[in-house]
Design a protein around this ligand. Structure first.
Ligand SMILES: [Mn+2]
Length: 365
């Protein structure tokens, strides 16, 4: 099974002699997607549950009764608990003889950490977040298939947007239509709060939507993603309602060109930060200097901003085959509006493949 492979890989990647790994969920929003990564489960929430991974034997899933149905897909051992005492007994039963235990500090609540220390006084806890992220940033075939599905959904929805738009539609209404279409086309849920911003609101990169009506000449910035079997996509297009003016055309053209600069550089063994630098300097040298205020892209997968990596000036990573990123240059002119174009790509040995393919030209509605 694919997820056994993932478990094997993580133990092979650990320098320390780790006897067991605990992936612990608390309640929403403190769910660690590594629970789903290592168990291969794709339904359920698994609040308060644990996956205990061992290098040489089956994993033990310590789960609450209400997740029993969802857990049945797993080939690992399942143990049910319905109170704190039983949970703690199971932790002690499975882990008291493990001297070195790996934990994912990036997603672990401090109170859970304190509890493990109390229950397992003879164990040493080692943070293995970095090793997990190194593994997760490179997607396997099973993950790529799900991401492709998530990308196909947003392509289809983006293509329908010009037909949905009408004069005086509000940002809230457009966001609702986008979410409805994504779910109708097979998404489990939106990957994040859909951004549908009109006019000068588009100058605020993380504005979501409000009760604002569409007017002639407005930019329409739509940024949304689909969650499909726990994997995410993320796409942005910027339209104009009516005939665009020269400044709007020029902003859009600059961003199309900036995105192409990134596309031309993408391939395995290139430094992520070099891609960002090239895109950034291109915009700095245009008439929209200092208006590109975020990174060029982020890794995407089980999380929308996956494993905390991306194409930014701070990044230290080299691109590798089967990493998946967004490429999303944008410029934001306060009190006027913003343009962002975002696509999802997968790194190949000698280049990249676009996973989202919605029309990138300036579409006037
Ligand atoms: Mn994004």
């Amino acid at each position: 099974m694919k997820n056994n492979c993932r478990k094997e890989n993580i133990f092979n990647n650990l320098n320390n002699k780790i006897n067991a790994i605990i992936i612990k969920n608390n309640v929403e929003p403190f769910i660690d997607n590594n629970f789903f990564y290592f168990t291969g489960l794709d339904e359920g929430i698994f609040e308060g549950c644990c996956a205990i991974l061992f290098p040489q034997k089956k994993s033990e899933l310590i789960i609450t009764e209400l997740e029993y149905e969802s857990s049945k897909k797993s080939t690992e051992n399942i143990k049910i608990f319905n109170n704190k005492k039983k949970y703690e007994e199971l932790i002690i039963e499975f882990l008291s003889s493990s001297k070195f235990i790996g934990l994912n500090f990036n997603n672990l609540l401090y109170k859970d950490y304190i509890n493990f220390k109390k229950l397992l006084p003879n164990s040493k806890f080692i943070n293995i977040s970095e090793e997990i992220n190194k593994l997760r940033i490179i997607k396997d075939n099973n993950e790529i298939k799900k991401i492709r599905n998530a990308c196909n959904i947003v392509d289809k929805v983006m293509a329908k947007i010009p037909d949905i738009i009408y004069k005086e539609i509000t940002e809230n209404q457009l966001a609702a239509e986008i979410n409805f279409l994504m779910q109708k086309m097979g998404a489990k849920k939106p990957a994040f709060t859909t951004i549908s911003s009109f006019g000068q609101n588009s100058a605020e990169p993380h504005y979501s939507h409000g009760n604002v009506k569409l007017k002639k000449g407005d930019f329409i910035l739509c940024d949304f993603g689909a969650n499909f079997m726990r994997y995410n996509s993320d796409i942005t297009r910027t339209f104009v309602f009516g005939e665009p003016n020269d400044k709007q055309r020029s902003m859009h053209k600059t961003i199309v060109n900036a995105q192409n600069i990134a596309f031309n550089e993408l391939m395995a063994e290139v430094k992520a930060k070099d891609i960002h630098k090239k895109v950034f300097s291109f915009i700095e040298e245009s008439k929209f200097k200092s208006l590109f205020i975020h990174s060029t892209g982020h890794s995407i997968g089980l999380n929308v901003h996956d494993v905390g990596e991306g194409l930014s000036s701070d990044s230290e990573i080299l691109l590798k085959e089967n990493m998946v990123f967004t490429i999303e240059p944008g410029i934001y002119l306060p009190k006027f509006g913003g343009v962002r174009i975002e696509d999802d790509i997968i790194i190949k040995k000698d280049g990249y493949e676009l996973l989202t393919n919605a029309n990138r030209n300036l579409i006037t509605i």
